[in-house]
Write a protein that binds this ligand. Structure first.
Ligand code: AMP
Length: 216
């Protein structure tokens, strides 16, 4: 079984949804920098206030802040069983820092799952995305509706639209993806770690494809 995995892809490719499905099946530590920032924002900590000033505009949180956060989380004992990095790294300096951290803590990255999706579909998915305020479960106003409007099927929490899921921020986020994150595809291809998956297929099909790859 492959462990120590990076889940990569543009905003809206389905990283969060897939991560949740994979974590139900595999005993891995989920490290989502986006979730960590959102928790800090909710608690209004110093990190949260700083992160919010970038995230609400669609910008990336500075590398030194993000790298320190992930370094601390990865160094904890529980990551020995394997981890799923979701939304990190997003820049070349982050990928280089991760390479060093992985050596320091002797937990080498074993695979980079790259979700491919076209821009039109990304915009459709993100502009209709709703998320549960309590458990973070994802929904979509057209394709993944809750049973009761505005209420999470899983925990009954209220659904909301992320404040960075608006048209203005989305443009900036997609630009950051192209300029900062896309170069990582070559970076990991050069290291023979990259595996591409088409995220336009049905979610259960995509999950099965990734699952069979991880069980290899
Ligand atoms: P996500 O939930 O992964 O879409 O992340 C939400 C937002 O958090 C992103 O649009 C960024 O502003 C910020 N963020 C998450 N991960 C990173 C990262 N690795 N580097 C910089 N900013 C990040």
């Amino acid at each position: 079984m492959i462990k120590n995995i990076i889940l990569m892809g543009p905003p809206g490719a389905g990283k969060g949804t897939l991560a949740k499905m994979l974590l139900k099946e595999y005993d891995l530590v989920h490290i989502s920098t986006g979730d960590m920032f959102r928790e800090a924002m909710k608690a209004k900590t110093e990190l949260g206030i700083l992160a919010d000033s970038y995230i609400s505009k669609g910008h990336l949180v500075p590398d030194e802040v993000t790298i320190a956060l992930v370094k601390e989380r990865l160094s904890r004992e529980d990551t020995l069983k394997g981890f799923l990095l979701d939304g990190f790294p997003r820049t070349l300096p982050q990928a280089e820092a991760l390479e060093k951290i992985a050596i320091e803590i002797s937990r080498p990255i074993e695979a980079v799952i790259n979700l491919e999706c076209d821009q039109k579909e990304l915009i459709r998915r993100i502009s209709g995305r709703r998320v549960c305020k309590v458990c973070g479960a994802p929904y979509h106003i057209d394709t993944l509706k809750p049973k009761v409007d505005g209420i999470c099927d899983t925990c009954g929490g209220p659904l909301y639209q992320r404040n960075d899921d608006n048209e203005e921020s989305l443009k900036v986020r997609l630009q950051h993806y192209v300029v900062d994150t896309k170069p990582l595809i070559d970076y990991y291809e050069d290291r023979n770690l990259l595996v591409n998956f088409n995220s336009l297929v049905a979610l259960d099909v995509l999950f099965d494809e990734i699952s069979s790859f991880l069980k290899k």
